[in-house]
Design a protein around this ligand. Structure first.
Ligand SMILES: C[S@@+](CC[C@H](N)C(=O)[O-])C[C@H]1O[C@@H](n2cnc3c(N)ncnc32)[C@H](O)[C@@H]1O
Length: 236
């Protein structure tokens, strides 16, 4: 077969095929929800529905897209990670996010956790300390249609101008619970964060502020997160 005819045939074949991997991502996402979330202890339908919709492969570097729906965290640059899907689901479920809730996330990273919260109907505010990550996440969230407000700053101090919040999720490990974040929780509010003195060996802690403002905390499971840096964490 002459070369030009062969190239023409290959081009026609390429055009006839579906966009590279699009259907594969949908199937991988369905499988992630069924096997990694619903088959474990994630039963909140809003969490399952949101994670079934948010295109996680859009939040990882191009060369990692094939692994986007696997059961582990992935690097996103600047020495940071996008958390394991199960941890994103677990944290979203633990703080019982309802549509219309005002939610603060500390550690925007790729923007994926923020997108999941937005897909659950929350009004999301997210603080990231690394300006490059904040800029990339903000652009990505906008392109994908998630109305999340992103700010560059030290999340140890929360976002006082937008406080109080119904829920706060901290996605980096604190040496101790940042007092400013507890202050910025509404009465009846919930906060979840990894806490630990040892790096890479932390407990996921749920902090609950009751209607009278009394605060209690509950250890939920052992986890490993990148460290929360900055402000109040420095001299602990
Ligand atoms: C595990 S990653 C977050 C993953 C992110 N939630 C996602 O869905 O991709 C932790 C993030 O916390 C950020 N971080 C660490 N200390 C911080 C601080 N004091 N304030 C705000 N962000 C911080 C890191 O730069 C990093 O992007």
């Amino acid at each position: 077969m002459p070369m030009r005819v062969l190239l023409g045939c290959l081009l026609l074949l390429a055009l006839a095929l579906p966009a590279q991997g699009a259907g594969d991502y949908d199937a991988a996402r369905r499988q992630m929800v069924a096997r990694q979330l619903a088959a474990r202890d994630i039963s909140d339908q809003r969490v399952l529905a949101a994670m079934g919709r948010v295109p996680r492969h859009e939040f990882v570097p191009d060369n990692m897209r094939g692994q986007a729906y696997n059961d582990h965290p992935l690097p996103i640059g600047q020495g940071q990670t996008i958390s394991q899907p199960y941890i994103v689901a677990f944290m979203s479920q633990a703080v019982r996010v309802k549509p219309g809730d005002k939610v603060l996330e500390i550690g925007t990273g790729s923007g994926y956790q923020a997108a999941v919260l937005a897909a659950m109907g929350a009004k999301v505010y997210s603080v990231e300390i690394i300006p490059e990550l904040a800029a990339q996440a903000e652009a990505r969230l906008k392109r994908l249609g998630y109305a999340v407000r992103v700010k560059v700053g030290d999340g140890n101090f929360g976002w006082p101008q937008q406080a109080p919040f119904d829920a706060i999720l901290v996605t980096a490990a604190a040496k101790r619970i940042p007092p400013k974040l507890v202050e910025q929780l509404k009465p009846g509010g919930r906060m979840i964060l990894p806490v630990g003195q040892e790096s890479w060996a932390e407990e996921l802690v749920l902090v609950v502020k009751d209607a009278q403002g009394k605060v209690s905390q509950h250890s939920l499971m052992a986890v490993r997160f990148v460290p929360l840096v900055g402000g109040d964490q420095k001299n602990q």
